[in-house]
Design a protein around this ligand. Structure first.
Ligand code: ZN
Length: 659
């Protein structure tokens, strides 16, 4: 499962102000760069391990291109060859249009939009392309022409359209030509493993029709489909074995190597279990066929890799909060009868991404929660992590994009937000995750499911309010988690502005708020606005020069309101008061003020921000001695988007055109 970005806010500047977060922008896409803080704090052995794992990650790039469409490698290679041997003057409008197309192909790992699934058409003509290739001496397979230029060919990477054969309607390459949805489903049904520890049949294979018209599996493995790439992956996983931190990590690598060599799904299960158990290592990674979102039947995994290591500072912060869980529980505004006598904090793991690849690159999740097999999750647990450095890159890159200037009411709050926004954001997330969800208890006889369809909105509101209430508590300054007693204002202002106004930029005009986290945020903000002291409002929305802004007049008063709502939400939860939860959600969380919504959308559109973001990776270089041993690993952040993709295509492209 992927966790996607939920809050996008600006944040405090880092020491290293020269770091360039913004790299490039084209169409609806923006390319960012992420920092890898604490890389220098790693031991040489950990750096060596990361180097080998990052090589294993990069060697899988071609696999995803081919999974996304059987012509993608041919199209990418033809365009790259034309780009490198461009026969006309560069820097012209014509050149830019062509370059933009190639940049988009790289971003999407193919010719379909990574999010909408729609094929994007070049803004240059087929004639122009054919002539340019001829002039440049670029050879290509003519079969790519209709795939690139005909709007009716391979229109969707994956279709979910009713009444359409899902396989025939999808360009994704999980099924060979001529395989129908019915045939594939019949094959999966016949081979399904119904045991209590089932093999994930189909995870690592393409289904094709043989010459007798029978369905056959082509397994992704060394010596099988994508073997030319997996050989390199395995080579680097074996190199990584030399630098493991402990035996558990060694076991993870052993199982993964064996799985790639054989395609044996029993080994994949064993690998997943070993991986879940590896909790001590600082370095961790995902490498292989993982998420199944782009197979129209939801069975085969797309290839991805992410190498990461534990962010010690952030993990310590989370730990400190967990250790004080009982104090937080005892001092909250909730009725003592709803408090837990003995509460345990949860320690969340925060990681730093070191390299992104395959389906994690350039667009990437900000959290991972794996493995996906339910029986393993149930029996052995799962690992859920948030990726701090990517969040920070989003936040840093958002600075100066005009968002805060447009929506925050004055320089004073913008200044506070610039200084403490990021810190408040991190801290609020920690309070929410480490103590918020775990606080409180249900009254005897109240079922967990009592709040039915409103349960998740109410639960998220409970955790958020717990965090908000404590964000302004002197205890946090005392614990050294906030620098002073003014910093919390950044978090308070952001919560109110986002919940009441700016999160609406993600809602289409006329639509209601649906998603539980978004509902929770609007619930809190709108409830507070409806419960202020009428003659002297603690917080309000005012109009200035025809635009609406949120204004906080009394931060301590706002804290008191958060505390009141926390007490009520805890009561609803503890009592399982379904009617009250329904009333609360329906009154404050769902409906949108149309006029305000339209105004916000119009103001947001003028900022011209790209809705989708992706990254370039840092470059790791191994320094070797005369015998070839790695004696150091350096990290460099200067490579640009185009150079990175051209280099990857030159140095890490082992697959043939047709697989
Ligand atoms: Zn939550």
């Amino acid at each position: 499962m992927l966790l996607c970005a939920v809050v996008l806010c600006a944040c405090q500047p880092k020491q290293q102000t020269s770091f360039q977060y913004n790299v490039d922008k084209f169409y609806d896409l923006e390319i960012l760069r992420y920092d890898v803080p604490e890389f220098d704090s790693l031991t040489l052995q950990q750096k060596q391990l990361i180097y080998c794992l990052s090589e294993a990650a990069l060697w899988g790039r071609d696999i995803l291109f081919d999974q996304n469409g059987r012509y993608n490698l041919r199209i990418r290679r033809a365009c790259e060859a034309l780009y490198l041997n461009y026969p006309y003057e560069k820097g012209t409008a014509e050149f830019e249009v062509f370059e933009k197309y190639l940049k988009r192909v790289w971003f999407s790992n193919g010719i379909h939009h990574h999010y909408s699934e729609d094929k994007f058409l070049p803004e240059f003509t087929q004639d122009w392309f054919v002539t340019a290739c001829e002039k440049a001496g670029v050879e290509y397979d003519e079969a790519i022409l209709p795939v690139m230029f005909d709007p009716n060919v391979m229109t969707k990477r994956m279709t979910a359209q009713d009444g359409v054969d899902l396989i025939a309607g999808s360009a994704g390459n999980y099924y060979g030509e001529g395989v129908t949805q019915a045939e594939a489903e019949a094959w999966y049904a016949a081979h399904k493993d119904n045991s209590s520890e089932p093999l994930w049949i189909g995870l690592n294979s393409q289904l094709v029709k043989n010459e007798n018209g029978e369905i056959e599996e082509r397994v992704y493995k060394v010596g099988g489909l994508y073997g030319e790439a997996l050989e390199h992956v395995v080579y680097w996983l074996k190199e990584a074995q030399k630098y493991v931190e402990n035996d558990q990590q060694r076991a993870v690598l052993e199982k993964l190597i064996a799985f790639n060599e054989t395609g044996d799904l029993q080994l994949f299960n064993e690998y997943c279990i070993a991986w879940v158990k590896d909790l001590e290592s600082r370095v961790d990674f995902v490498n292989g066929f993982t998420e199944t979102y782009t197979d129209p039947l939801g069975i085969t995994g797309t290839w991805e890799s992410m190498v990461n290591f534990k962010d010690l500072t952030a993990t310590e912060r989370a730990q400190l909060i967990s250790e004080n869980a009982q104090w937080f529980e005892d001092h909250s505004t909730t009725d003592p009868k709803y408090k837990k006598e003995e509460v345990k904090g949860v320690s969340a793991k925060v990681i730093t991404a070191a390299i992104l690849a395959g389906d994690c690159y350039p667009a990437t999740p900000i959290g991972i929660n794996l493995p996906n097999a339910n029986w393993i999750r149930k029996e052995y647990g799962s690992k859920s992590v948030t990726i701090d450095n990517l969040m920070h890159a989003y936040n840093e890159a958002a600075k100066g994009n005009g968002f805060n200037e447009e929506f925050m009411i004055d320089d004073e709050i913008r200044e506070i937000y610039l200084n403490y926004g990021a810190q408040c954001g991190d801290l609020h997330t920690d309070l929410h995750e480490c103590v918020g969800h775990g606080s409180g208890k249900l009254m005897p006889g109240v079922s967990k499911d009592a709040l039915k369809e409103h349960a998740s909105t109410i639960e998220e509101a409970r955790a958020d309010l717990f965090g908000l209430y404590y964000l302004a508590d002197p205890k946090l300054v005392e614990l050294g988690l906030l620098p002073n007693e003014e910093a919390f204002k950044a978090g308070y202002y952001q919560q109110m502005m986002n919940g009441a106004m700016t999160q609406l930029v993600r809602i289409e005009p006329g639509k209601d708020v649906e998603e539980a986290h978004m509902r929770n945020r609007q619930l809190i903000a709108n409830w507070v606005l409806a419960h202020v002291t009428p003659e002297n409002p603690e917080v309000e929305i005012i109009e200035k020069d025809g635009k609406h802004y949120l204004r906080v007049n009394d931060y301590q008063g706002l804290r008191r309101l958060y505390g009141e709502l926390l007490a009520e939400i805890q009561r609803i939860t503890s009592e399982g008061d379904y009617p009250a939860s329904k009333e609360m959600v329906e009154t404050y969380a769902v409906k949108v003020n149309q006029e305000l919504h339209n105004e916000i959308l119009a103001r947001y559109e003028k900022l011209n921000l790209a809705p989708y973001k992706g990254f370039v990776n840092p470059v790791y270089t191994a320094i070797r001695d005369a015998e070839g041993n790695i004696t150091d690993v350096t990290i460099d952040f200067t490579e640009g988007y185009i150079d990175q993709h051209l280099r990857y295509s030159r140095d890490y492209s082992p697959l043939p055109d047709v697989n």
